[in-house]
Ligand binder design. Structure first.
Ligand code: 4BW
Length: 149
């Protein structure tokens, strides 16, 4: 009985649980690092997605990637922020998931990544699946299982 319920949970589609693109703080590839740092600081998130002008997903950028890129020998060279672009600093080698993904796949990935970007086949950005949402659902599932014990 318990294993049947766990299987059902792991096979649940993530569709109803993602944060949709319009609610996700993001920057665009052509933006300056100064703008990106402003968005990161104002939103309060440590890393956010990078999109192109057509809202296709390109990568991720974080505050630490930005500071690292302007780190001089003796000081942080803040004057470089305006001239550098997001695309020079962002990372692209990160997992992407589809809207058809199931909890089984994403829980494994969320061990290493705080959030996963949900991308359509044509590259358009659909939203993110966060560690918080996944843990919340897992917690609900564990508490439901307790009723069977
Ligand atoms: O502004 C915030 N609002 C709320 N409600 N929670 C926040 C906020 N900032 C941080 N948190 C909490 C969340 O629980 O701290 C965790 C770590 O944040 P992070 O990574 O290091 O900025 C948050 O965990 P989470 O909800 O599982 O989110 C995991 C990561 O997903 C965040 C951030 O990089 C990204 N993220 C989440 N919501 C986002 C977002 N990026 C852009 N736009 C969003 N709406």
């Amino acid at each position: 009985m318990i294993s049947l319920h766990s299987k059902q949970f792991l096979e649940t589609n993530i569709k109803g649980f993602i944060i949709p693109s319009e609610k996700v703080a993001h920057v665009q590839i052509g933006n300056s690092l100064e703008h990106a740092l402003l968005v990161l600081t104002k939103s309060g998130y440590s890393a956010i997605p990078v999109l192109d002008t057509k809202y296709k997903f390109n990568g991720l950028i974080s505050s630490s990637m930005i500071t690292d890129s302007i780190l001089g020998l003796e000081r942080i060279e803040f004057e470089l922020l305006e001239g550098k672009k997001v695309e020079e600093v962002m990372v692209t080698n990160i997992p992407r998931i589809s809207i058809d993904a199931k909890f089984e796949e994403i829980i494994e990935l969320l061990v290493d990544y705080p959030f996963l970007c949900v991308i359509k086949e044509d590259g358009y950005f659909e939203g993110i699946m966060t560690r918080r949402i996944a843990l919340k659902q897992l917690n609900r599932h564990i508490h439901r299982l307790n009723h069977f014990l």
